[in-house]
Design a protein around this ligand. Structure first.
Ligand code: FUB
Length: 452
């Protein structure tokens, strides 16, 4: 796997553990810690994400320049905009069969059956050798998706590998899939803790190039086996289909291309929530120089009429609707002009502070889709901005005539300030917002917020 430099500036206090914290909208989904390998599941009408938790390990522990994960958190959201971190649900030191100092709590999954919640996770066995052979998969059981989860005394027997995925078919039969260079699968017993069949190797899935991270789901009677595969340089997401959860699967195509950032891994899940399909995946947004500290993302996923998956193009904007009265992070735009507009870190030395938009040429613009203005119009719009030369920014509703609803003057000055102006015409309901530089240059915008 590609090795890149470890960030020097991420303070441990930022990433060790949090209890319930409301996180953010847009991509990446979580802005106060690293998260990777997101498995999204719907439980009790709410969307839960079970990711890995990349960290910078304590000095002298873990593996330098590699993945380091000591525990898992679970996150939930009802609107895919506001995310709650329910805190730590499992720690490596609490798994009886695992090496408590392995920092190898890799990609997990969670499913619900018979009123219980089963959390599947890979980690290294005590006294394990090197490589994925030293890994097995364990189960921790809870009464609620948020836990507390109690790990089983032993790992699942006969399973060697990583990246567990459990699929429960309509007839109640559960299947466990995992990887170790190739993808493997077997039936699970009704207790969800033991294999109930021979292990099948999915030889028909392209075997040239590393394959891992299986995720199986069913739609309209078709079983989709989806997985990251290194066909060229880094992992891209691919899939095959079958009329049986144990295959054979016919290769169909690519769901997401290799990451533009060069991040070597991608790891995903696909979920239907409130009648929309979503792809959850990861990239290195908060760690641009070290791709083993990753961040979860989500984008909408669509199918062709024939059931094929349309390729998902990663966005900064992500999913969910943003309230007009919140600080709208226009640097996570859904579209931008192809000149004079860019999203850059607020502080390159501390990516956790987020981004700003720099508008550099008159008429340069960014669009931020799905802003909910509610039933009543807004009185004012505020923009947190700075500009050494000053400028004016038009606030518009994106549409046929891109109607201007306000114009905000950004006074010349080097410090961040909040500038405001009245909103001239009524904006209600869910609209796409457009911000356009009308005069000046070098106008940096942190966020936009409407006041009622
Ligand atoms: O997060 C560690 C490993 O990287 C996962 O288990 C793989 O799927 C890859 O994302």
């Amino acid at each position: 796997m590609k090795h890149s430099k470890m960030p020097k500036t991420i303070s441990l206090s930022l990433i060790i553990f949090f209890l319930s914290v409301n996180a953010f909208a847009q991509n990446p989904l979580i802005m106060d810690q690293f998260t990777a390998d997101p498995t999204a599941r719907v439980f009790n009408g709410k969307l839960y994400v079970f990711p890995s938790h990349d960290i910078v390990p304590p000095k002298g522990e873990g593996r330098a320049e590699w993945f380091n994960m000591a525990d898992y958190h679970v996150f939930s959201s009802e609107d895919l905009t506001n995310w709650t971190d329910h805190g730590k649900i499992l720690d490596q030191k609490d798994v009886p069969w695992a090496d408590p100092k392995a920092y190898s709590m890799w990609a997990p999954d969670a499913v619900s059956k018979n009123g219980k919640f089963y959390f599947y996770f890979p980690t290294r066995l005590k006294d394990a050798g090197d490589g994925e052979k030293g890994f097995s998969i364990g189960v921790a059981v809870a009464d609620k998706p948020e836990g507390p989860y109690k790990p089983q005394p032993n790992h699942i027997q006969r399973v060697e590998g990583i990246d567990p995925n459990v699929f429960i078919d309509k007839d109640g039969q559960a299947y466990l899939y995992w990887s170790r260079g190739k993808i493997y699968g077997a039936k699970l017993k009704d207790n969800m803790l033991e294999l109930d069949s021979e292990i099948k190797t999915f030889e028909e899935i392209p075997q040239k190039g590393h394959i891992e991270g299986p995720f199986v789901f069913e739609r309209n009677g078709t079983y989709y086996m989806t997985y990251p595969h290194v066909a060229n340089n880094t992992e891209r997401l691919e899939y095959g289909t079958s009329d049986n959860p144990m295959g054979p699967f016919t290769h169909q195509g690519v769901i997401m291309d290799e990451s533009a950032s060069g991040t070597w891994t991608n790891h995903h899940s696909i979920v239907n929530y409130k009648d929309q399909w979503y792809l959850f995946y990861h990239d290195n947004d908060l760690s641009p120089d070290f791709d083993k500290n990753r961040s979860n993302r989500a984008d909408s996923l669509f199918f062709e009429e024939n059931g094929n998956i349309k390729k998902v193009i990663p966005t900064k904007r992500g999913v969910g609707i943003t309230a007009s009265t919140s600080e709208i992070q226009v640097d996570r735009y859904s579209a931008k002009s192809n000149y004079g507009a860019a999203s850059v870190f607020l502080d390159r030395l501390d990516p956790f502070k987020g981004w700003k938009v720099v508008l550099n040429k008159p008429e340069a613009w960014v669009k931020y889709n799905k802003v909910d203005f509610g039933a009543e119009g807004s009185k004012n719009v505020k923009i947190r901005a700075r500009s050494l030369t000053g400028g004016t920014v038009a606030v518009k509703l994106a549409g046929q005539d891109n109607k201007e609803i306000s114009k905000v003057t950004i006074q010349k000055g080097g410090n961040w300030e909040v500038f405001s102006a009245p909103v001239k015409s009524e904006a209600t309901a869910v609209q796409d917002l457009l911000l356009q530089l009308k005069s000046g240059a070098g106008v940096e915008v942190d966020w936009v917020q409407f006041e009622k």
